[in-house]
Design a protein around this ligand. Structure first.
Ligand code: OGA
Ligand code: NI
Length: 362
């Protein structure tokens, strides 16, 4: 098992001529595993049948791509440019912005990494609030283009996330009163920059391990380079989410599975890496205010059905995810046995966590 610090500090990918043992993943069939004849739904947000199409995509896939989303392409191009500029910095400089183990902001490997023995072929910059303080350390005079790109991008993304969430609620037949905990004027989001450098042997490395996100929905822009993001499709195999230059990917996440009482599934996804391209992705994790309790509306429960999950806030759920990872949804089910069972196992295996509960930002 690697130390806690190993799980925060990315290796020097620039000089890598092979995949070191620390980053080798042997037990997953990677590059050839995706199916070529299935496509993640592509939905035009101006389509008059948008609610119906979203409903089908949510029921069958838990993921779709949207066009006509209203986020100006110049803002997307600019944030990708700033992300590439940051990740192209020498390693020592990037390390000046290193995230501390207890902070959600800064440079490093995504937190889910702690749960696994092998490290991922990625580096990230995670953000909650303004990046100014961190970015100043690498560009003391010239920090504002990065920060401006960041702020300019977040505003329309927030609007888009609220719009898509409302359409999803509509597709579930929910009115505003049914989801009164969801206040469009008071929401939360975390923006990440993910960098997947070129990899000398993509069949033995993994960009991001299979997981679901803990948010309500995640909007993800991926650079138009190569395949990278994959999801588990309706036939239970890996399917590529093809980069489409003017589209944004929408992932349904764990809180939505809770709200829909299991009707819509949080999609399992991962990222693979490429020998030819340095890929950038920019996920925007969106949800209600972090400490507001959410629960499935009665409307979705009646008719002989029963509530699957207990009421919970995003904050508490993130803490549970930090401990239980892929069993977190199971752990918040009514009458769950996961909590007791896993607590009994944590002592040895979770030593790198220092026995502390820490939230994952996925
Ligand atoms: C994530 C994620 C996938 C990608 O950051 O949670 O799933 O393609 N990223 O970068
Ligand atoms: Ni994710």
């Amino acid at each position: 098992m690697n130390t806690e610090l190993d799980h925060l500090i990315p290796m020097d990918f620039k000089n890598a001529v092979q995949v070191p043992d620390t980053h080798t993943w042997v037990d997953f069939a990677c590059i050839n595993s995706s199916s070529s004849d299935e496509y993640v739904p592509l939905i035009d947000l101006e389509d008059p049948q948008v609610v119906e199409k979203i409903k089908m995509a949510c029921e069958n896939w838990g993921v779709f791509q949207v066009t006509n989303h209203g986020v100006p392409m110049e803002l997307i191009a600019e944030i990708e440019h700033q992300a590439r500029r940051f990740f192209a910095l020498p390693r020592e400089q990037k390390l000046l912005t290193l995230r501390s183990p207890d902070s959600p902001t800064g440079y490093g490997i995504v937190p889910i990494s702690r749960v696994f023995n092998s490290l991922m072929w990625m580096e990230g910059f995670t953000m909650s609030g303004s990046p100014v303080e961190h970015v100043r350390r690498v560009w003391p005079q010239d920090y504002s283009p990065f920060c401006t790109a960041f702020d300019d991008y977040q505003e329309p993304m927030m609007g888009l996330a609220i719009k898509i969430t409302s359409l999803i609620f509509k597709s579930l037949g929910l009115s505003n009163e049914d989801v009164e905990w969801f206040n469009p004027k008071s929401t939360e989001a975390f923006l990440h920059l993910n960098s997947y450098p070129k990899c000398p042997d993509p069949t033995h490395a993994l960009g991001m391990v299979a997981h679901t996100d803990s948010s309500l929905i995640t909007l993800l822009y991926q650079s138009n380079t190569d395949r990278g993001l994959q999801v588990i499709g309706p036939n239970h195999n890996w399917v590529d989410v093809e980069p489409i230059s003017d589209a944004i990917v929408v992932n349904l996440s764990d809180l939505l599975q809770i709200i829909s009482n299991g009707r819509f599934k949080s999609v399992t996804h991962r990222a693979i890496v490429s020998e030819a391209h340095h890929r950038i992705s920019i996920p925007f994790f969106f949800g209600p205010k972090i400490d507001v309790n959410i629960s499935s509306p009665l409307k979705l429960i009646k008719g002989g059905d029963f509530p699957m999950y207990r009421p919970i806030s995003w904050k508490e759920y993130r803490e549970i995810k930090g401990v239980h990872f892929d069993k977190a949804l199971e752990a918040v089910r009514f009458n769950s046995v996961v909590v007791e069972k896993d607590n009994a196992q944590t002592t040895g295996d979770e030593a790198p966590l220092g026995g502390k509960v820490k939230a994952l930002e996925v």
